[in-house]
Design a binder for this molecule. Structure first.
Ligand code: SF4
Ligand code: SF4
Length: 300
């Protein structure tokens, strides 16, 4: 039951974080136009179950007037709005209030701010505190998203036995994180990776939509292209078990994906997403409509 549509308003970002799932950077291509936003909002209404519209990226504030207009239209259509931002624009509390006032006037139900050492290595440069203080002053409900450097700890993880090393920090091993963050981390046998730990591949609780028409169920894993087939129909016709990537993932996690397509692989991976991401990367030319866009796999 699809509740949330998350606009990847743009793939462009003023940062180039090591852990970015989507390979965002100042040079990343792809930004929604207002006409495209209206089209997606209209289709979202037709779906009938969508309550939330989120504005994300990349960094959505880089296209502030378009984000604001999109929020107004979404509000008029009786959706709840949410924003995720890295708060680069919050250079002081007073200035951040100027940015947030028009948003407060429209009304917003969720305001999430990245606040961690990946985004701000030096605490003195941490602008999230200004963004959150300004949000408090304007009575906007805000919260932080924190992702730290992966750390190794011994403890209990829900899927592992007591005493096994587990990885803390909240980073997920997809996209640029696979290139930058896995060195030195403990690994597990690929055969254990029999379940997708994070995404609702069956139920489609939320999807991320991008300007190229991809409807992502996980970053770079699309259920189809909504510029080719209307979004409401894509959702209605989605049959998880028939999807060439989601099907195997549902049947037996990333390990099943590797088995069904006889993908060459290592014996051990950091986690399920690490194996899944690399398996998908090796299938990208076979399923270009479902594994897209190539840029979120670090390819041109
Ligand atoms: S993680 Fe967020 S802030 Fe960092 S590059 Fe990606 S979109 Fe930008
Ligand atoms: S296992 Fe694959 S589909 Fe599931 S969350 Fe990880 S990368 Fe996404």
């Amino acid at each position: 039951m699809l509740k949330g549509i998350h606009f990847l308003l743009t793939y462009a970002c003023n940062y180039t974080c090591e852990h970015c799932f989507l390979y965002c950077s100042p040079n990343a291509k792809g930004t929604f136009t207002l006409a495209q936003i209206k089209e997606v909002l209209g289709e979202s209404k037709k779906i009938g179950t969508v309550e939330w519209i989120f504005w994300e990226g990349g960094e959505a504030f880089l296209f502030y007037p378009i984000m604001l207009e999109g929020m107004k239209i979404a509000k008029d259509m009786e959706f709840k709005n949410g924003i995720v931002t890295n708060s680069y624009w919050a250079t002081s509390t007073e200035d951040a209030e100027i940015w947030l006032k028009p948003i407060a006037e429209i009304g917003i139900s969720d305001f999430s701010v990245s606040d961690d050492t990946f985004h701000f290595e030096d605490e003195a440069e941490n602008l999230a505190k200004f963004a959150r203080k300004a949000a408090d002053n304007l009575k906007l409900s805000s919260h932080s998203i924190t992702i730290e450097e992966p750390t190794i700890k011994t403890g209990i993880d829900k899927d592992q036995e007591k005493g096994e090393p587990v990885i803390g920090g909240g980073a997920m091993f997809r996209g640029r994180a696979v290139e930058n963050l896995i060195e030195g981390l403990p690994k597990r046998s690929w055969k254990e990776m029999i379940k997708c730990p994070y995404e609702d591949l069956d139920g489609l609780g939320r999807i991320h939509v991008d300007p190229f028409g991809n409807a992502h169920i996980c970053q770079g894993l699309s259920i189809g292209n909504f510029w080719e087939k209307p979004l409401s129909e894509l959702i209605k016709d989605y049959k998880p078990e028939d999807h060439p990537i989601c099907g195997p993932l549902i049947r037996g996690g990333p390990a099943q994906l590797v088995k069904e397509y006889e993908i060459d692989h290592e014996e051990e991976y950091v986690d399920e997403c690490h194996l899944c991401y690399l398996a998908r990367l090796s299938l990208i030319d076979k399923f270009p409509n479902y594994l897209a866009p190539r840029q979120v796999y670090g390819l041109d």
